[in-house]
Design a protein around this ligand. Structure first.
Ligand SMILES: [Zn+2]
Length: 127
């Protein structure tokens, strides 16, 4: 970290209070316009994982393995669909598992962005 004198441009130590070349008082670094948040760069990429895409693999695998139980619906917050899935599964002795397998494949083949837009933001209950 070095500080440049605003008057003569000399390089000074960042703890220096006066320019070593021309003795001009140096302004403190903290009062400058620099904002540490910019280093995080929130505008770079949308974090789809943080927005729910991290559930994609879990929901997909649960849909394929335990589809008729409606587990993947509950994971995605679709409680009504989950209960319907569970009741139908019990009534049909698990035949509805085919729905789970199809949905699981759809989930797993979607990109993180598509998954978030369709199921987290779009709240698409089926397929
Ligand atoms: Zn100076």
């Amino acid at each position: 970290m070095t500080r440049y004198c605003t008057k003569c441009g000399a390089i000074n130590d960042d703890l220096a209070q006066y320019c070593s070349n021309c003795q001009t008082p140096l302004t403190p670094v903290v009062s400058g316009g620099y904002q540490p948040m910019q280093s995080v760069n929130p505008n770079a990429m949308t974090d789809w994982k943080a927005m729910g895409a991290d559930k994609k693999t879990t929901a997909g695998i649960c849909a394929i393995l335990l589809g008729w139980l409606g587990v993947h619906k509950f994971i995605l917050g679709y409680n009504t669909e989950g209960i319907i899935m569970l009741v139908l599964g019990l009534l049909t002795c698990g035949v509805t598992n085919i729905i789970g397998i199809v949905e699981g494949i759809i989930y797993l083949t979607k990109s993180d962005e598509e998954f978030v837009r369709t199921y987290i933001q779009g709240k698409k209950g089926w397929f």
